[in-house]
Structures are given as structure tokens and as C-alpha cells.
Design a binder for this molecule. Sequence first.
Ligand code: IPD
Ligand code: CA
Ligand code: CA
Length: 276
Amino acid sequence: MALKEWMDFACYLARTSGALLLERMDTMRTIDRKSTRSDLVTDADRASEALLVQEIRRSYPTHRILGEEGTGSTDDLHQKGLLWVIDPLDGTVNYAHHLPMYAVSIGLLHDGVPQVGVVYLPVMDEIFCAGVGMGTTRNGIAVRVSDCVALSDAVVATGYPYDKHIDARDNVENTARMIKLVRGFRRMGAASVDLAYVACGRLDAYWEEKLQPWDLAGGLLLVQEAGGQITGYDGGPCGLLAGHVVAAGPALHPHVLDVLQPYVQKHGIVGNLKSV
Ligand code: IPD
Ligand code: CA
Ligand code: CA
């Protein structure tokens, strides 16, 4: 397998699309709503996906692609072979509001197993990269998750689903509990950045549900290869289709799961997509 070649290519892709996003940020663009009033898509999301797809098809015509803005199908996650899972702009609400916390997120799976993960933040010019068995780097330097052992010493982050206005599974109870227990609480607004920041120890933990495969595919491997624990709310494997995730250093991870248990008992665990 050409792991190093794929890692380099994924970094090239992320930097190329990231440059496009940065260039367009301050120019006129369309902002459309998708599922709810919080779920936005801009012309930059679509242009970034078109560029990524064009580049992947040019270099790897036999590989499949799953992209947030309409490329491929989640059924591809069940197929054998190589699959690129791309979020061409993670953090669209930030982007549309001129907030700098957004990223391009790219994962490469083989038979459903992550091989490469890349998350690139164009404004910060930071690229996080992992290859299976090869560790995680930030701008080429190896990083590790934090060794935090207690919530009282932790800075943690989460996110809220786009249907929070209409569904009681809105994560608010979890936040209310957690915020009393931790040193600091943050809401980055881009799941891939949350995962990259756990991987390099800036965040001690992150949890969220109702995520989509493209939100997770790049960052999942970053956390694993940086020595972190990444599971579902039930402590089982973090499935790309299940969409619920708890990521932390190994010592802190069980404490985060504990805080989420009342919510899990009240609401149960549901996958994000029907095909789970
Ligand atoms: C969203 C961001 C956000 C998370 C949402 C995602 P998008 O992705 O990652 O942090 O809370 O669940 O959908 O729509 O900006 O690509
Ligand atoms: Ca996303
Ligand atoms: Ca997106």
C-alpha cells in the first residue's frame, strides 16, 4: 500500500482547497440553507468539493469518493476498496460569519478502516496529518493527546446539532453538567478542528452526536494515532455512520463517558443515519 503517497496527496488536497476557501472568504458569495436555519452551504463549500473531487479523480480514477455536498453515497462506506471521505468546508457557520475556525477535512478508508486523516485550517495555516501506524503530526511535528487525568483540570469542547431548535436531543443537559466540572469549556464550531485539537492536546476532551461521516473521517485517525481514545457515547467503537463521539486522552476518557450517562439513559443511543 502506498500510505506515504496517499498522506502527501491528502495534504496537497487539503492545502489546495484551503487556499480556495481563504481566497473566497471576503468576497461575495451565496449562503443557502440546507436542513434547518443553522445548516448552511456557501458557494465556497461547493467549489471546494468540486476541486477536491477533480483532483482525486485525476490522480486516482479507481478510488471512490464520499463528499458532504453531494459526491457519492453513504452506501459506499459499506463497500470494499479505497474511499475518500471529504468535508470540503467544516465549520460553514463560522465561515459564513467570518470567524476563522474552519477546516478542510479528508479521510481515506480501506475496506471501511481509516488509513489517512488530514485536517487543514487555512487561516492558521496548520495541517494535522495521520497515517495508520505512523502517528499524528501538526505542521510536520509529532503530537500527542494530553495526559490530563481529572475533569477539574480539563478544557473540553462539544457541538450542538443543526436540529437543536426542534429536537430534545440537543446536548444542552450534557453541557450544563459538564461546565460545572471542568476548568474550561469551548465551542469551536468545526468537528474536525475539535478532533485535531484533542489529538495535539490543546483540548483535553470533545464529545458530540448527530455527526456525519465527513465530520469524523479525517479527525478520527488523528486522535487514534496521537494516543487518544475515541469511542461512541456507549464506549464502543466510534462508527462513522453512528455519528456520536467521545474523544480524549486515555485517563480522562472514562470520566467524560460518566458525565454523559444520564443523557444516554434518558435519550438512548441512536445512530445519525438510517443505515447504521
Ligand atoms: C458542522 C461542524 C459543527 C458541528 C456540526 C457539523 P459543517 O459541520 O462540524 O461543529 O457541530 O454538527 O455538521 O456543516 O460546518 O460542515
Ligand atoms: Ca462538517
Ligand atoms: Ca461541511
